[in-house]
Design a protein around this ligand. Structure first.
Ligand SMILES: *Cc1c(COP(=O)(O)O)cnc(C)c1O
Length: 226
């Protein structure tokens, strides 16, 4: 099956209102262009250099979503063009996006990453850290970042019961946070969860943005790229 066929198959599964982030990390520009030719406009990348190189080379109406762990010292490279940063995992990073957004005269859309998996290695706020950060209120004075929702990754497991439980907890937190701090903010509406192996579960739990890579582009060759 071609990239375009895979893409169509994933899209056919998605209910209206759920958007697809085609995760193109480690895949060449030709593969992105194939998906682009089939109508896809949102692409997800997890390395700053790689995303910036592709942004330079590829059509300007592509919306680049940064989905990886973002180091504060690299925000400046993507601030001029990034469409959405999924992985804000500290107040410090949020403050840096504000600073760089101000420098380039943009308001940058971001999601707060919440740690929902059992694995220790995943980045993100715990639900309580997220509540504390929001209760602190400093984010309210930031004019160059716009909090648009939450993002999370379920445990990497075949135990779909556990995965569903983790997605449900994130969806609950989203509702709570929306009600508590963003009831009057229509842009706070995104729940980014679900990857190739678990996006159907994520969609059932209320995801609005699924991040699907290998199911569209095939396996990644980590040796080939930096
Ligand atoms: C790589 C990546 C994905 C896509 O993973 P697949 O299993 O290839 O669909 C989704 N989200 C994040 C945060 C990723 O780093």
């Amino acid at each position: 099956m071609s990239v375009a066929d895979n893409l169509r198959q994933v899209l056919a599964d998605l209910p209206q209102g759920v958007r697809l982030v085609a995760v193109s990390k480690f895949h060449p520009e030709e593969a992105i262009l194939e998906a682009y030719g089939a109508g896809q406009r949102i692409f997800g990348e997890s390395k700053v250099q790689e995303m910036s190189r592709k942004n330079e080379a590829l059509p300007k109406d592509i919306q680049w979503h940064f989905i990886g762990h973002l180091q504060t010292n690299k925000v400046k490279y993507i601030a001029p063009y990034v469409a959405l940063i999924h992985g804000i995992d500290s107040f410090r990073l949020l403050a840096e996006v504000e600073k760089q957004g101000a420098k380039v005269g943009r308001t940058i859309d971001v999601l707060l990453q919440i740690h929902i998996a059992r694995e220790e290695t995943k980045f993100g706020f715990s639900p309580d850290e997220c509540r504390q950060m929001l209760a602190g209120g400093q984010w309210r004075s930031m004019a160059h970042v716009r909090l648009c929702g939450l993002m999370g990754m379920a445990s990497n497991t075949d135990d779909m019961e556990q995965v569903r439980d983790e997605f449900a907890r994130l969806a609950d937190l989203f509702k709570e946070v929306k009600g508590e701090w963003f009831a009057d903010a229509p842009w706070f509406k995104e729940l980014s969860m679900g990857m190739s192996h678990d996006y159907p579960e994520a969609v059932r739990a209320g995801s609005t943005l699924v991040r699907v890579g290998s199911k569209i582009f095939g396996e990644r060759d980590y040796a080939q790229n930096k």
